[in-house]
Design a protein. Structure first.
Length: 194
């Protein structure tokens, strides 16, 4: 995983969409991470899981018929992926990377090996979905005034989400990639106030 490159790509896109015009605080963005995690809980409560197979089939069939890949990928994404558990976990991961990009936080990519992610995944075996998300929120909330001075390292926040996704058998990085593509097609501030 080249997370530092991904961090910069995500932050550049968010900045181009206006999310950093007023240089919001770390707490502002960490709260948005927490809301994405809360949305994952709501998606789980509603049984909303991504349908990757249908997403790929609809996208492929639509492209073959019309040749308009971007439009049909976006439509297929909205219908089969958006607002699912997987999508909301990807959003939380993306928001963290965006914040780390804004603050120029270097990520130790060696920390993200498969063995480490599997160790994080094991912590979720005895937890319910809500308990697992609460566990992650605790780490996000424990961040002090700024990311740079926090006792909780940025790697731990990301590893907690990656570990939870691994426990759920979710290919989080695939979902992050799909969401990045979708976000690039969206308007300023994704149509939201902040």
């Amino acid at each position: 995983m080249n997370l530092n490159k991904l961090r910069d790509q995500i932050h550049a896109n968010a900045a181009s969409k206006g999310f950093w015009d007023n240089n919001p605080s770390d707490q502002h963005f960490l709260m948005l991470v927490i809301t994405e995690l809360s949305e994952a809980v709501e998606a789980d409560r509603k049984g909303r899981r991504a349908d990757i197979q249908d997403y790929k089939l609809l996208s492929k069939a639509s492209i073959e018929r019309t040749g308009n890949q971007d439009y049909f990928n976006e439509v297929s994404f909205c219908y089969h992926i958006k607002d699912s558990v997987e999508d909301e976990l990807a959003d939380a991961f993306i928001r963290l990377l965006d914040l780390f990009g804004a603050r120029e936080v270097y990520l130790n990519e060696d920390a993200f090996d498969l063995e480490t992610i599997e160790k994080y995944a094991a912590t979720y075996q005895s937890k319910s979905f809500t308990e697992s998300v609460y566990h992650i929120v605790r780490f996000v909330s424990a961040t002090s005034r700024s990311i740079e001075t926090s006792a909780v390292t940025p790697e731990i926040m990301l590893l907690e989400i990656l570990g939870f996704a691994k426990h759920l058998d979710i290919d989080l990085m695939w979902h992050v990639e799909q969401k990045i593509k979708y976000n690039q097609s969206r308007g300023r501030m994704h149509g939201k106030k902040y």
